[in-house]
Design a protein around this ligand. Structure first.
Ligand code: FPP
Length: 254
């Protein structure tokens, strides 16, 4: 009998055997989406929450195991105080409203970034949401909050020095273990909305071999169909990891 994932893949023209394990998204364009409607930027962020919901649902329907969302960058602290406050409140309100349902669906909430820099009520809600969902295994929803890749790398270097590592003991594996994504496989696909073609200090180490999907769709308009389109685009790429493909289009053995 065909599974629900197989049926959905057939309907969407997707190969169920090549669904990426980890998808990362730079959710961009909330401000422009709001401006087009003569509304405040916060209005755009509020509608951005719906798009978050759609992407989590689409990812779960396809069996994506990890979904990382760039929700607030280190650089976002420089935005007007009112916008930062509104984003933090939105995060808390969303967590309070959605966490039970997400948890019941098997979502495990995790965070990466300088979470200690967030307001106390945000930290408390996040901690509670992480605790109540920690045993879930359907999908890990990883929120990058007060996150930047350069910050993360500096933290890793500090930890290595403090732990007394010698130069020749520092390997790729060791660095990987000291990043906030420790234990999480690297994303195979990174999506950025709103027509920008930048990586903006997001997972610089972890995206080394990821495929990038750029779309002009503004984040609040990014629905399930947009997510499926991104996966189709991913499946049309030849991933060689710097090697060559054999006649079956697999990476040839060295
Ligand atoms: C970028 O759009 C978006 C953000 C900085 C915030 C993203 C936040 C959300 C989608 C809502 C809350 C998220 C969760 C997980 C509940 P922008 O403001 O830079 O847009 P612009 O480039 O058009 O100005």
């Amino acid at each position: 009998m065909r599974t629900e994932i197989q049926q959905l893949c057939e309907a969407q023209g997707l190969d169920p055997g090549r669904i990426p394990d980890h998808v990362a998204i730079i959710m961009d364009g909330n401000g422009r989406w709001a401006r087009e409607r003569g509304e405040s930027r916060v209005f755009g962020h509020m509608h951005g929450v719906d798009a978050v919901r759609f992407s989590v649902e689409a990812a779960m329907e396809l069996g994506v195991r990890y979904l990382t969302l760039y929700a607030f960058s280190t650089e976002n602290w420089s935005r007007p105080k009112e916008e930062v406050e509104a984003l933090m409140n939105l995060l808390v309100d969303t967590l309070v409203q959605e966490i039970k349902e997400l948890g019941a669906k098997g979502v495990r909430l995790r965070t990466i970034g300088d979470v200690a820099a967030l307001p106390k009520n945000c930290q408390d809600q996040l901690q509670e949401a992480e605790k109540t969902t920690e045993n879930n295994e359907t999908i890990d929803l990883i929120l990058a909050l007060s996150y930047s890749s350069k910050w993360e790398m500096v933290q890793a270097i500090k930890m290595l020095i403090e732990s007394g590592y010698k130069g020749d003991e520092v390997t790729e594996e060791v660095v990987t273990k000291h990043l906030s994504t420790e234990g999480i496989p690297d994303p195979e696909l990174m999506i950025r909305t709103s027509g920008e073609h930048r990586i903006s200090n997001f997972l610089l180490w972890q995206l080394a071999y990821a495929e990038f999907h750029f779309t002009s769709t503004l984040w609040p308009d990014f629905g399930k169909e947009s997510f499926f389109t991104a996966i189709r685009d991913f499946q049309n790429r030849e991933r060689r990891f710097g090697g060559l493909l054999d006649t079956n289009h697999n990476v040839a053995a060295q």
